[in-house]
Write a new protein. Structure first.
Length: 190
């Protein structure tokens, strides 16, 4: 289904107040499945949720998010998280990923953003095998941090290892017919 012409969504990512990691693949804090509901109430987390599944939906394979986005910063991060929302409201994390925009085209030749220009970005959420049961919802979270799982981007374009200067960034996510941001879910027919 193609997206309608709808307004873009915006949030401010502040490296001094990053979105906290809640579960997932980390050894630093409690790992594994955790309820994402508290994280999703933040102003710097965009939440997109499907209607309840009428039948089981099996998703098995690589997960890719195509994001059309702009930033007020020359370098920033965009994060994505796939979530299974149970009928009781428990929002179970399944997979997550991040893209540091300076490496959007090449890890060998970093390139900065032109502030407020729209870019097509690819966020790899790796792979999963999961069945969304009837009554469950598919949810996608978009943000710019997941800390401490991923280090904070300071949004300045300076050396992350030596710089201490930080600045907030205004992030804009487009999802319309011209800029169709989406997640690719490898669905297995039943």
């Amino acid at each position: 289904m193609a997206p309608a012409d709808e307004p873009a969504d915006r949030f401010v990512y502040d490296p001094d107040d990053p979105v906290p990691t809640c579960g997932g693949n980390t050894l630093i804090i409690p790992m594994g499945v955790q309820d994402q509901s508290q994280v999703e109430t933040r102003q710097d987390v965009l939440v997109y949720t499907s209607a309840p599944m009428p039948a089981p939906l099996e998703v098995t394979g690589p997960l890719i998010v195509k994001l059309f986005a702009s930033s007020s910063a020359v370098d920033t991060d965009f994060t994505a998280k796939l979530v299974d929302v149970r009928p009781d409201g428990f929002a179970q994390n399944l997979a997550d990923g991040i893209l540091r925009t300076r490496y959007r085209a090449s890890r060998m030749r970093p390139g900065f953003l032109t502030p407020d220009q729209v870019y097509e970005l690819t966020i790899d959420l790796w792979a999963t095998s999961h069945v969304f049961l009837p009554g469950h919802r598919v949810r996608l979270e978009i943000s710019s941090s997941n800390f401490p799982r991923f280090d904070r981007n300071l949004n300045t374009g300076e050396d992350q290892a030596t710089s201490s200067r930080r600045q907030p960034a205004v992030q804009t996510i487009f999802h319309d017919s011209r800029y169709p941001s989406h997640i690719s879910l490898p669905m297995i027919p039943r």
